[in-house]
Design a protein around this ligand. Structure first.
Ligand SMILES: [Zn+2]
Length: 325
């Protein structure tokens, strides 16, 4: 009998779930939009439902899974209490997510950081496989980072990897975190959308919001940015160029400090824009690298959209590898 494990990636816009087997192959997957109203219990209910769907696809049921892992935003303590997930509805205070999901689903539940588990999935199964030390950079609504150093995940005291809040311009643009000059203030999709809206209201011409409405969205999703850039929209092009420069400066600074063998770029925008943008970021990095004749290898994530959920499932050790007692 295959040892099936469940994984849930809890994002600000969507919940992605997978069921993987003993060889870490995906046997079922499902996704659902993240509830935008209600509270943590409503989000947890949507997570449980999406996992049950993935389990059904893998021809099993959630109660029979060996365990379920969750990659969550915000802070997760060792007992799976999640707090400070500020882009989820009503989720500032601690909510016992692991206990809640265990009650709904049956098997034991482990919770890790969303970006860190996605980085570890790339390290073990994806673009990071050939290396001992990698930096994962997830370019999406925010800009998240994950680290594996000398073969081991590095989370510091629990909050390492916040590459989005590397300061690239003292006194610069206001970041969604409330501080100024962070890389995310220029490169995060949330910050870019706020900037585009402000410019648009002040009379700068752009088709970004028209494209958004035509496509039935209420925010500037990655596909909207891509469309606008392909149409030659000046504001969109300017803001994306600015994001690439910010990423180049921030990632190069992290590389100067840590000297990883490889940088793996993913996230909503990273995945959408793909390899050409990995190369553009690499080019912008080169001018900030202290040892510029030995840059790290640059890769796009290999697991793409499923990386977070697969990484979450990897939080559950496969039964065969478990020690007795
Ligand atoms: Zn910030």
């Amino acid at each position: 009998v295959a040892k099936l494990r469940g994984g849930i990636d809890l994002g600000g816009t969507k919940i992605q779930t997978v069921v993987i087997d003993g060889r870490n192959k995906v046997r079922g997957e499902a996704r659902a939009p993240t509830p935008t109203s209600g509270g943590p219990a409503d989000v947890a209910a949507a997570m449980a439902e999406a996992l049950r769907e993935a389990a059904a696809q893998a021809e099993t049921e959630s109660a029979k899974l060996q365990g379920v892992g969750v990659g969550a935003p915000g802070d997760a303590d060792p007992r799976g209490v999640v707090s400070g997930a500020s882009n989820l509805p009503g989720w500032e205070a601690g909510f016992p997510l692991a206990a809640h999901l265990r009650k709904e689903l049956g098997p034991p539940v482990k919770v890790g950081g969303d970006v860190q588990v996605a980085t570890e999935a790339e390290f073990r199964l994806g673009a990071g496989k050939p290396y001992r030390s990698i930096l994962g950079v997830f370019w999406g609504t925010g800009v998240g980072g994950g680290l594996v150093l000398d073969g081991r995940p590095w989370i510091g005291r629990g909050n390492a990897g916040e590459i989005g809040h590397m300061v690239i311009e003292r006194g610069g643009e206001r970041c969604p975190c409330g501080r100024r000059g962070c890389m995310e203030a220029y490169a995060g999709r949330g910050a870019m959308e706020a900037k585009a809206r402000q410019e648009h209201e002040q009379g700068t011409k752009t088709d970004l919001f028209k494209i958004m409405k035509e496509r039935g969205h209420d925010r500037l999703k990655s596909s909207v940015w891509e469309h606008a850039i392909n149409d030659g929209d000046k504001l969109a092009t300017h803001l994306i160029d600015r994001a690439v420069k910010a990423l180049g400066a921030g990632i190069a600074s992290a590389v100067n400090l840590l000297d990883p063998e490889a940088v793996i770029v993913g996230g909503g925008l990273g995945t959408r824009f793909g390899q050409p943008y990995v190369e553009r970021i690499e080019e912008r990095m080169s001018k900030h690298l202290f040892v510029d004749d030995r840059p790290p290898a640059m890769h796009l994530t290999a697991l793409g959209d499923l990386g977070g959920a697969i990484g979450a499932a990897l939080l559950v050790a496969p039964a065969a590898a478990r020690r007795a007692g």
